[in-house]
Design a protein around this ligand. Sequence first.
Ligand SMILES: Nc1ncnc2c1ncn2[C@@H]1O[C@H](COP(=O)(O)OP(=O)(O)O)[C@@H](O)[C@H]1O
Ligand SMILES: [Mg+2]
Length: 265
Amino acid sequence: MKQGKLLYSGKAKSVYLTDDRDTLIVEFRDDITAFDGGKKDTLKNKGSYNAGVSAFFFEYLEKHGVKTHFITMLDNHRMAVRRLQMIPLEVIVRNVAAGSIVRNYPFKEGMKLSPPVIVIDYKDDTRHDPMLNDDLIVALKLATPAELKAIKNAALAVNRHLSALLAKQGILLVDFKLEFGRQGKTIRLGDEISMDSMRLWDTKTKESLDKDVYRFNKGDVMETYNRVAGRITNTAPRRAAPKKKAAPRKKAGVKKLAAAKTKKR
Ligand SMILES: Nc1ncnc2c1ncn2[C@@H]1O[C@H](COP(=O)(O)OP(=O)(O)O)[C@@H](O)[C@H]1O
Ligand SMILES: [Mg+2]
C-alpha cells in the first residue's frame, strides 16, 4: 500500500490518502496536547505506544463483534484504516466520576456511576466541544435517531469488553472517548483508543495511568505510557531497566506488538 497526500493533520495524528480510495493511513505522531491544545509537547515514542494500544483494542473489539476502522499496522506508529465519513461527536462513557463531570456537576471524584453514563459532545475545538443531547444531535443532522442508537449501543459494548479486559490487568476503566464514522450505511468505530483518550486508574493504588499524568504534571508521562502499554498488551515494557543479560523476550514491548499486527485481514 502506498502512502499518498496528507488529508488532515490534527492535534496528535496525521491522516494520509493511499492508492486505495477506501483506505487511509493514520500516523500517530509524538505530539501530545491538553486543554484544547493550550498545553503542547512532543514526547519521543509516544505515538507508537498509543498506536500499539489502539491496534490491540481494535483487534480485540473486532473479535467481539464491534465494527471498527482498523485494518492493519504498517509499522509501530502507522495504521491502515477504512476511510470513514466521520461524525463530529465525542462519545464519552463514564464508569467513575472524574474530570469535567466533577467540575461541572455535583459528583464526588471516584464515585461509581452505575449504570455507566454516556455524554456526547460536539467535536468542535473552537466551541470547546459543547455537550449535546439527542434532540440537538438530530436537529443538527449530525446523526439520525437510528444511528444514534447504534452509536450508543456500540459505545456500551466497547465499555463492557474493555472494562473486563483491563480489570484482568488491575486497571480500572474510569472513562473514555470514542469517535464514530460511516462507511456507507455501516457505523464503525474510528480514531483511537489509547492513553490519550481513556482515563485509567490502577485498581489498587488509584494511580493515574493516562494523559492526566501530562495534564496535571503528575509524573513522567512516557514512563507511565510505556508501563501501561506493556500492562495492557501483556508485553514487557519496551525499555525495561538495562540488564546485562536481558532475556530476548524482554526487548520487544509495543514494537513487537506492532510487528505482529502486520497481517492483512
Ligand atoms: N477512519 C477514519 N476516516 C477518516 N477520518 C478519521 C478516521 N479515523 C479518525 N479520523 C479523523 O482523523 C483525525 C485524527 O487526528 P487527531 O490528531 O485526533 O485530530 P483532532 O485534533 O481533530 O482530534 C480526527 O479528526 C479523526 O476524526
Ligand atoms: Mg483527536
